[in-house]
Ligand binder design. Sequence first.
Ligand code: ADP
Length: 439
Amino acid sequence: MTRIGAAGHRILIVDDNEAIHHDLRKILAPSTRLEQTMDEEEEILFGSRAPQVSQFEIGSAFQGQEALAMLRKAVREARPYSLAFVDVRMPPGWDGVETTRRLWEVDPHLQVVLCTAYTDYSWNEILEQLGESHNFVILKKPFETIEVTQLAHALTSKREAMECARAHTFELETEVHQRRQTERDLVTALDAAEEANRCKRDFLSNMSHEFRTPLNAILGYVDMIAEDARHSSAAASLMPMLDKVQLAGRHLLELINDILDMSRIESGRMNLQPSRICVETIAREAVALATPLAAKRGNSLTFHQDPAASWIEADETRFRQCLLNLLGNACKFTSSGVVSLDVRKFSSPDKDWIDWTVRDTGIGIAPHQIPRLFQPFNQVDSAITRKYGGTGLGLAISQRLCSMMGGAISVESRLGEGSAFTIRIPASPSSKEPSHVRT
Ligand code: ADP
């Protein structure tokens, strides 16, 4: 026995002729005892049976109005009919075309087979009334069993495919909608974060400015008192305390200056004035300033300059700040070791650069900490910070300043062996006359 197609679809038969209901039911839901017996007899007589369809659930209406009521109920119960076989002539009520029109008002996706005899409506008349629709076919009476079977299967499968496609489209639309909402939420969150960041920058910038003025006054007066105390034997006992006040005040001033610099850079208010700077002059000056720091921890400080490295193009004050930061760190994180400054020319195909490498034999940096070095307020190890002090802003500021001057800072380090930080900054052609040379 051949079984065809899928079960579970509901089919509505709309016809005023009871015999048609019987015939169609026999084809579409041949499960009653009588039909089974007839099938068996057919097999005995002809040696084979007609192909069997899977069970469709059949509803019967004898007039258009009744069909409409049944469809409404089915839709309400969320058990809609997939297909309706609708007779064209059904006196005294609506004809099949009118019935189809009404059924589609309730379920526009209902598949319809209009069953018609030759004398009924012409093709054009039907099309005129129902419009161009791919949801109906016309079946001319008298029909063959196989025609009904095939139509039932083709049209219920079509309905199922359409429903799957609609459900999929709905899912996609929901997803698109959710994504758009998420995008909108992200934009709002980003705006809020940017606004908060701007407020933070402004606050830090204003407060740093406000702190700096009184602190400078305090430091100025402490310097004067310390100077007097140094020359007075009566006040000599005050000196250790005054030294501590000076130290703490200078540290605070450094921190405030760093915060001010960082907020200026982040808000785009850091203005640089590039000029042509003599490498040797600025290098020697920086080494001289770093010498006491190196000595404090028993380090030796060496300097080497490649003669080809003679001029750079940079903002002098800011470049000095960057170089001193590297030298200061190298001296701070090295004890009884060697700190060196090595200045060399580096030529890439399109440009000449000057590399300023500050090398030390200090504590070094673990590989996983290197990517965080240039993030603001990032001290890679809190135990190190407690031991050595610092703000965690120096490298972040230096990296940003060097980038604004057309260069960058890179780092190589081995934990326990030492570090090498290199500032690469654009060289200025040495043939030009220097704009200013210090002696
Ligand atoms: P800080 O003011 O804390 O030194 P920096 O931005 O200059 O801030 O440095 C950030 C961190 O990078 C330091 O706290 C330190 O852990 C690490 N660091 C920087 N330079 C060196 C160095 N030469 N040797 C070892 N660690 C270093």
